[in-house]
Design a protein around this ligand. Structure first.
Ligand SMILES: Nc1ncnc2c1ncn2[C@@H]1O[C@H](COP(=O)(O)OP(=O)(O)O)[C@@H](O)[C@H]1O
Ligand SMILES: Cc1ncc(COP(=O)(O)OP(=O)(O)O)c(N)n1
Length: 276
């Protein structure tokens, strides 16, 4: 008889819905599955979007988000949380309170401070930025992209990778415990991200893949870090593995041939893993 499978880590995504499946909770759940985590999700907002962009955002009422989280955690032990699109100040504050109490207060959190889609649509109300700043200390890791870092710091976005270490350190000074500042929006033959924690700064370099399939890279990376954290004894090794896996997902994205705009990355570019 086959040996029983080991229990996978249980990951929770608190994020918006993307019907095209490339970003949001759909991307998070695929990433969790691809990387051997059991995925659960709480939806904060319904978007109407495709690979061509976002046409509509409908916020889920805060009491419904609260009920989703409370009902889930009363039953299911969550090993790691990823937070994505929060849409409004009220939703940011609600999620902040939920992460501060009950079983989630002791659960590692990866926060992707989603603000604007690559296609240019607002996914966070401008008056919610202060609430997101207040949420930063709640997370173990934050994963802003270059424009999001500029907004959080209230300064112009970085124009080159050379500016990333200083901005990553400034984000930590705002209260974030660990910062993964993503350089995907910059130019260059390499895609350079910067990691900053209490030990200092590391540059994380990888090949820049020439592809149109870049929809949901940030969602996918943050959920990969969350899924892989329980497999490692610290954050940075999980981040390195997540980046390497995402590079291959980007390399194989166009083969999916989904949509006519910015297509999704290929979450299942390798055999689904079941690792001990
Ligand atoms: N064309 C690309 N080739 C390789 N890596 C990329 C590419 N575009 C983005 N990345 C990587 O994808 C991750 C997400 O980055 P980014 O696009 O900046 O985030 P977001 O999707 O939140 O805007 C980062 O690790 C970044 O380095
Ligand atoms: C529902 C939802 N959440 C987040 C995003 C943004 O996705 P992200 O991975 O940050 O990047 P792009 O897809 O915009 O490149 C989204 N579009 N929808």
């Amino acid at each position: 008889m086959a040996a029983p499978l080991p229990r996978p880590p249980v990951a929770l995504s608190i994020a918006g819905s993307d019907p095209s499946g490339g970003a949001g909770v759909q991307a998070d759940l695929k990433t969790f599955s691809a990387l051997g985590a059991y995925g659960t999700c709480v939806i904060t907002a319904l978007t109407a979007q495709s690979t061509r962009g976002v046409t509509h955002v409908h916020e889920v009422p805060v009491d419904v988000v609260r009920a989703q989280v409370e009902t889930l955690v009363a039953d299911v032990r969550i090993d790691v949380v990823k937070v994505g699109m929060l849409a409004s100040a009220a939703l940011v504050e609600t999620v902040d309170a939920l992460l501060a109490s009950g079983p989630l207060a002791a659960t590692p959190v990866v926060l992707d401070p989603v603000m604007v889609s690559t296609s240019g649509s607002r996914l966070l109300s401008p008056d919610a930025v202060d609430a997101v700043r207040a949420l930063l200390p709640r997370a173990d890791v934050i994963t802003p992209n270059v424009p999001e870092a500029g907004v959080l710091l209230d300064e112009p976005p970085a124009e080159s990778a050379a500016e990333l270490p200083e901005q990553a350190a400034a984000l930590r000074a705002l209260g974030a415990r660990r910062v993964l500042l993503k350089g995907g929006h910059l130019d260059g033959t390499e895609s350079v991200d910067v990691w900053h924690d209490e030990r200092g700064t590391s540059e994380l370099r990888g090949p820049r893949i020439a592809t149109t399939a870049t929809h949901g890279t940030g969602c996918t990376l943050s959920s990969a870090v969350a899924a892989l954290r329980p497999r490692h004894d610290d954050w940075l090794p999980a981040v390195r593995e997540a980046r390497g896996w995402l590079t291959e997902a980007l390399r194989h994205g166009e083969s999916l041939d989904v949509g006519s705009g910015a297509g999704p990355v290929h979450h299942f570019h390798e055999q689904p893993r079941w690792r001990t």
